[in-house]
Design a protein around this ligand. Sequence first.
Ligand SMILES: [Zn+2]
Length: 186
Amino acid sequence: MAVLVFDNPPGDGVNRGIMNKKDIYKFCPLCGGQFVKKRLVANEPERLVCSSCEFVFYLDPKLVACTIAETSNGIVLQRRNKEPKTGQWVLPGGFVDRGETLQEAAKREFFEETGLHTKIHSLLGNYSYPGEANIIIVYKSEIIGGTIRPCHESMSIDEFKKKDIPWDELAFDTTKKALKKYIEES
Ligand SMILES: [Zn+2]
């Protein structure tokens, strides 16, 4: 089982965990006024409202598109080189850009992170959690080209036979749930 490793992987400096910390936003992006928290509609969460221009800053969910795909050596996973869960394994994937389709994002992220081109077969599942900003969409895909290589966001890329999945070293609940479902369905 070949493991490709970066000697000194550069971090991208982006802490994705920041998306869940609504208290970090203090000032209105339109006028620079101070935000205050207000409940605008009963039974809805408090919103950040500008105390000067009344702009409402909605903290929307973030969409993440991930892929499960196999080479002849197994399922392709990447080992994270940044917090949270540094050193643990995840499905290649990442944030969907505004205006991009989910499928385009899944293919783009998989290529950026592994060097491999994919064709999407089907939706495996979607995963969301109370209090969490990220909603994760997982596709089942086929690898149609490219050469495997790690990117700056991973320590290494590896391929795992189904019997060799490192269950105790998977980074997130979604990684475990999606791989379990994939294996059950295949
Ligand atoms: Zn404002």
